[in-house]
Design a protein around this ligand. Structure first.
Ligand code: RB5
Length: 155
């Protein structure tokens, strides 16, 4: 199975993003080419590209300095659950209980090894659905039923 991961970064997240791309060579990555040529990169500029692919079932990753701006921008979109995680357990729970479809990481505050562990947890944890889907439906019915393509479809 090929994991499809779409990633966006700003100037404060570029190094961590590149490290993730190198660290998961088995995944099929895509990113907005504009992110390679602009400096500085305004974090809201990178969000629509990632959101567009997440809507198609790709796993999303967004990285800025703190992760806060990326989270705020991405969570404006219906059907998007962008979870700012600082350790692998948070990344696991973001998938299991919150059906997060974008992992947000703080590029200036996180080591490469922790980022790798967070992404690994995020990629390997399916949404538990059931009561958790009911809770998500209270604020975003689209997200409650959104499925990332490499996990089994929602029941
Ligand atoms: C850029 O300096 C910084 O503001 C940005 O990366 C991010 O942390 C915003 O939330």
């Amino acid at each position: 199975m090929i994991l499809r991961v779409t990633i966006g970064w700003d100037h404060a997240g570029m190094d961590l993003a590149n490290g993730l791309i190198q660290g998961f060579p088995g995944a099929f990555w895509n990113y907005d080419d504009q992110s390679l040529i602009k400096d500085p990169i305004n974090y809201p500029d990178t969000v629509p590209f990632v959101v567009q692919h997440v809507y198609q079932g790709w796993v999303g990753v967004l990285i800025c300095g703190t992760g806060i701006g990326m989270s705020m921008a991405a969570n404006r979109y219906p059907g998007i659950g962008a979870a700012l995680c600082t350790d692998p357990h948070m990344a696991e729970m973001a998938r299991a209980h919150n059906n997060a479809n974008i992992l947000v990481l703080p590029g200036r505050l996180m080591s490469q090894s922790v980022a790798t562990a967070c992404l690994s947890a995020f990629l390997n944890t399916p949404f538990q659905q059931g009561r958790h889907a009911n809770r998500i439906a209270q604020f975003d019915p689209i997200l409650a039923h959104h499925a990332l393509y490499h996990f089994p479809p929602a029941e």
